[in-house]
Design a protein around this ligand. Structure first.
Ligand SMILES: Cc1cc2nc3c(=O)[nH]c(=O)nc-3n(C[C@H](O)[C@H](O)[C@H](O)COP(=O)(O)O)c2cc1C
Length: 236
């Protein structure tokens, strides 16, 4: 019991460069995939396939694909930032602004940030990782009667967490890259990996071993009493 909570608490997003020359051991990969296989999914539909990308040439091809941060991301990200550690510790949700470029956290410079957002190669996001796990799903199917396939998407979240916790237990770092499901990036990645049109990318995870420690910042979560309601919804 204590062990699983420890692994859950230790799991964190590793937004740092990984060592390109330190491979994820085959045995560890198999353990991560085994954990993936046992994820709960709505109706046990197992609505996922996983592409393991560890071939340097293919990683390079993907790394050369360009992505541009969208206006929606810059604006909506701004609304959810905390601007100091004190604010983050008080709010207990969201992300610290210093994780993002200075223009993104100054309302006076937000327009400029949107205007000047340029395309950058994915290699900057992959950041040395020797292995990507790309999780895809069949967009033609849905969990039975699930409007918008919400249950299918929740299932993909379970897949993500199983992968991540197993990697954590093996001391392998993970960083989720949602950018892979962005419209143009998804199209280009699918082309490189020969993914059929009807399959969609849910997310990519970069795996590996960091070459530096992440900047120290507080990790926040709400206290239990801030989100739990007993027997009736009780927030005023
Ligand atoms: C569905 C989903 C998508 C995410 N996409 C990204 C992403 O694109 N880039 C990133 O740096 N982190 C991404 N994250 C990581 C979250 O930002 C992170 O889990 C959250 O801020 C809590 O931090 P922690 O993982 O260090 O505990 C994603 C997480 C989830 C569950």
């Amino acid at each position: 019991m204590a062990d699983i909570l420890e692994i859950i608490q230790q799991r964190q997003s590793m937004r740092v460069p990984f060592d390109p020359n330190r491979q994820v051991p085959k045995k560890s990969l198999m353990q991560i995939l085994d954990a993936t296989r046992w994820a709960p999914t709505a109706h046990n539909m197992q609505n996922f396939e996983v592409l393991v990308v560890d071939d340097r040439k293919i990683l390079d091809k993907i790394g050369n694909i360009k992505s541009r941060v969208s206006e929606a991301f810059i604006r909506e990200n701004y609304q959810q930032l905390s601007f100091s550690e004190e604010e983050l510790l008080r709010k207990k949700v969201g992300i610290l602004g210093t994780n993002f470029p200075a223009d993104w956290r100054d309302p006076a410079r937000l327009e400029k940030a949107v205007r000047e957002s340029v395309s950058r190669p994915l290699k900057e996001r992959i950041n040395g990782s020797p292995m990507l796990l790309i999780v895809i799903y069949d967009s033609r199917k849905r969990a039975p009667a699930s409007e918008g396939d919400v249950l299918g998407f929740i299932s993909l979240g379970c897949v993500m967490e199983n992968m991540w916790l197993m990697a954590q237990s093996l001391e392998i770092s993970v960083h989720i890259l949602s950018v892979f499901s962005g419209e143009t990036v998804e199209r280009d990645v699918k082309q490189v990996l020969h993914i059929p049109e009807y399959m969609k990318i849910a997310f990519a995870a970069r795996l590996g071993y960091p070459v530096s420690k992440p900047a120290k910042h507080p990790r926040v979560r709400r206290d239990v009493e801030m989100f739990v309601h007993y027997n009736r919804f009780s927030r005023v």
